[in-house]
Design a protein around this ligand. Structure first.
Ligand code: SER
Length: 311
């Protein structure tokens, strides 16, 4: 049986990954760590991911063999404070890789579509191509992929990662990301509030519904190591849409839904450098990646879950 540590367990992915992994491995085998412990969860602990010795103590004490490092300062927030973004994104990863080296753990860290910059091909962006990110978040993600491969080759640390697109979810909101609009719009639409969109109407980006993102994490981490040619930075996607495409789908279901555009220059600049659609064939070939949720099913489910939650 695995003994798992989720670092950043209170975030958008961590909140749902905790439940997903506990269903598979048991409550006591999934320790949830974040800056604040959750008093209603007996397997939740307080951890500052920047504190290498605290991380090491936890891994030792709980006999952890798998670390999901989900700590991140996202793309738009990162542009407000690049030094802090580097410190947090790289600091948490390095601490996870070092403790994994010491205790023989497997490590997952999300990379992102943000790893690509404007020089990369926009359509069907290949797995292996020019990257040249122009945001500090993207620079951290490319460096993270390289460091993860370095720790694997140099020290045998089984570090794995995928390049996630925007993740759409209904349990915990993202914060500070460029793709956040695709989550926030559902909250506004369901509550009957007008949505102000910070992204240009025709700007396409890759997206994925949370259930597929959780499967991606778990499927990669449990994949046969011998099949993994890349190991880090797998392109994964489930759909690609622009605000105007998404809003039309929401309006079909909520005809009173209203929105307008007030484009945020930073989010405009960040998203203009990202792919329109990724080619995720390597993930399909090397570990059987196969997303289940398309745009219409995702929109139906988001509205139905949020209606129950918010109304
Ligand atoms: N969702 C992230 C962001 O928008 C991309 O990985 O920053």
């Amino acid at each position: 049986m695995k003994k798992i540590l989720i670092v950043g367990a209170g975030g958008q992915i961590g909140t749902e990954l905790k439940t997903y992994l506990r269903e598979r491995y048991g409550e006591a085998n999934v320790i949830a760590a974040d800056l604040q412990a959750n008093p209603s969860d007996q397997y939740s602990i307080q951890l500052d991911a920047m504190d290498a010795s605290a991380l090491s103590l936890i891994v030792n004490k709980h006999k952890i063999d798998t670390i999901y490092n989900l700590v991140a300062l996202l793309s738009a927030r990162g542009e407000q404070d690049p030094a802090l973004a580097w410190k947090i994104n790289m600091g948490a990863l390095l601490n996870a890789l070092e403790v994994a080296r010491q205790y023989g753990c497997q490590v997952f860290t999300p990379s992102s579509i943000g790893a690509f910059g404007p020089d990369a091909p926009k359509e069907n962006t290949p797995q292996d191509t020019i990257m040249h990110p122009t945001t500090v978040y993207g620079i951290c993600k490319v460096t993270g992929e390289l460091m993860s491969n370095y720790y694997y080759q140099r020290f045998g640390v089984d570090a794995r990662s995928v390049r996630f697109p925007g993740i759409i979810s209904n349990a915990s909101l993202p914060g500070g990301g460029t793709t956040d609009y695709a989550v926030e719009v559902f909250y506004s639409a369901v509550k009957g509030e007008k949505f102000i969109c910070p992204i240009p109407a025709d700007r396409r980006m890759d997206m994925m519904y949370m259930p597929d993102a959780l499967d991606a994490l778990h499927d990669l981490m449990t994949a046969d190591s011998d099949r993994l040619v890349h190991r880090n930075g797998y392109n994964v996607t489930a759909m690609s849409f622009s605000p105007e495409i998404l809003f039309a789908k929401i309006k079909e279901r909520i005809p009173t839904f209203e929105y307008e555009y007030a484009v945020d220059p930073i989010k405009d600049s960040i998203s203009s450098g990202w792919p329109d659609s990724l080619d995720d064939n390597c993930a399909r070939i090397e570990w059987d990646w196969n997303p289940k949720w398309g745009l219409d099913a995702m929109v139906d489910d988001m509205i139905s879950v949020l209606r129950k939650k918010l109304l």
